[in-house]
Design a protein around this ligand. Sequence first.
Ligand code: GUN
Length: 282
Amino acid sequence: MEAKIIDGKAISNRIRESIKQKVEELKNKGGPTPELDVILVGDDPASEVYVRHKERAFRQAGMNSNVIRMDADTHQDAVLEQIERLNNDKNVHGILVQLPLPPQIDPRLIINAIDPKKDVDGFHPVNAGRLMTGQDCLEPCTPKGIIRLIQETGEQIYGKYAVVIGRSNIVGKPISLMLLQNDATVTICHSKTSGLEDICRRADILVVAIGKPNFVDNRFVKDGAIVIDVGINRVNNKLIGDVNFQEVKQKAGWITPVPGGVGPMTITMLLENTLQAAMRNE
Ligand code: GUN
């Protein structure tokens, strides 16, 4: 039987509508207008696109966003100064430094300078540590969106065997912890894993974030599995996932498309985190 499609765009639109209402309620009771400030260093074309999408989503949700553009040759200290200023600005609830950064800037130093209460990307070690120890925190947006997508299928995560391909701090590690927190049994695989296919073929939930177009085909997939494709690869000006969608949809039970799966959820979770930060730090 053919897999059911997890429509990230439709799910995302529904959540955005509910966020918009909550923002409206917050403002009506005299609360602040949630604001995200984005620091964009240099002129990476993909980053420009992401930042434009973020600006539009915030506007549509009735929230403020402000982009601070800095030249590609900006000194690290100048970025740190901006972060310090935003940390101290009561009208700013979320701070996001767009990655990647130019080579003269150390992304760890930059992320560590953000006030954890305003770290709506969930990248600061305090938030990562809180996530690992099961404490309330700002969760990274892409994994948070993935959990929502799986929940939307109506299948429970509890007791399932989940395999994650990818071990990045942004996706692989946090999604593994979140699946574990939801009572899945989790294996983390990566480019050096031996016997990858055999491990993946046992997965009830397979999350693929390896960054290689069409890497996962039917040989990696168990009948009826939930397959989440986090890949965004630009090939001949088309967006291609890490999963061979046409082939895997013949075998999986559920599958996310690219585009229109995980992608739209990331910005939606950024809206949610910024609202959460605004409500907490009022
Ligand atoms: N660049 C690509 N994706 C992201 C993201 O989620 N957060 C940040 N800060 N930069 C990115």
